[in-house]
Design a protein around this ligand. Structure first.
Ligand code: AMP
Ligand code: ZN
Length: 209
């Protein structure tokens, strides 16, 4: 099954994609993770996109499409995949339908207010990647990772200004995908202001996984 997960930043796409992978073995392809890894490993790609990610802007369509195209050639994608955070623009969506048409696009519906709280409260461990939230998923000791005692940090693109920018771009560029996939009869909408498990249950039901 080929799925797209889209919605506002902080809607929980990545979290749910990981649960679907654990339970249903459909691989998650997160363009955000691919870019962040490239930056961490200081590859050519990483150098190109690092400033873009810090601002919360979008990486150019052509480059993004190319990266996903390469990624799905890997063996773990032969039974399908979840595209998490891609497509994010009409150009990406229309291009992808020509490259490898998807089965369903899951729209994670959430208000800007909840997004701001989730992203603004997010703290991550630079060592193991664990994600906490100062409102909803506090670490046992403030500012410290439960797993390894490392000091937690705020992602640059989770700073207030970058969040505003990402939300703006989301409304301008990504929201039109709702009617696009609706017209193709591929749209599934879930309420993602609820906890991860409830979101997952909605997806299971809608996709009959
Ligand atoms: P995410 O973790 O999905 O929020 O992605 C982090 C950042 O990576 C975004 O703010 C963009 O700068 C970039 N990015 C991720 N996916 C895409 C995409 N489909 N198109 C363009 N830029 C993207
Ligand atoms: Zn850690």
């Amino acid at each position: 099954m080929k799925l797209v997960f889209f919605g506002a930043p902080g809607a929980g796409k990545g979290t749910i994609a990981k649960i679907v992978y654990d339970k249903n073995k459909i691989v998650q392809i997160s363009t955000g993770d691919l870019f962040r890894n490239a930056i961490k490993n200081q590859t050519e790609l990483g150098k190109k996109v690092s400033a873009i990610l810090e601002r919360g802007d979008l990486v150019p369509d052509e480059l993004t499409i190319e990266i996903v195209k390469e990624r799905i050639k890997e063996k773990d994608c032969n039974k399908g995949y979840i595209l998490d955070g891609f497509p994010r623009t009409m150009i990406q969506a229309e291009s992808w339908e020509k490259i490898d048409p998807i089965d369903r696009a899951v729209y994670f519906d959430i208000s800007d207010e909840v997004v701001k709280r989730r992203l603004g409260g997010r703290r991550i461990c630079p060592k193991c990647g664990a994600i906490f939230n100062i409102y909803t998923n506090k670490p046992k000791n403030e500012g410290i990772c439960d797993n390894d005692g490392e000091s937690l940090i705020i992602r640059k693109d989770d700073q207030e200004e970058a969040i505003e920018n990402r939300l703006f771009i989301y409304h301008e560029q990504t929201k039109p995908l709702i009617s696009y996939y609706k017209k193709l009869d591929k749209l599934v909408t879930i309420d993602s202001s609820v906890d991860a498990d409830t979101s997952y249950q909605q997806i299971i039901k809608a996709l009959k996984l």
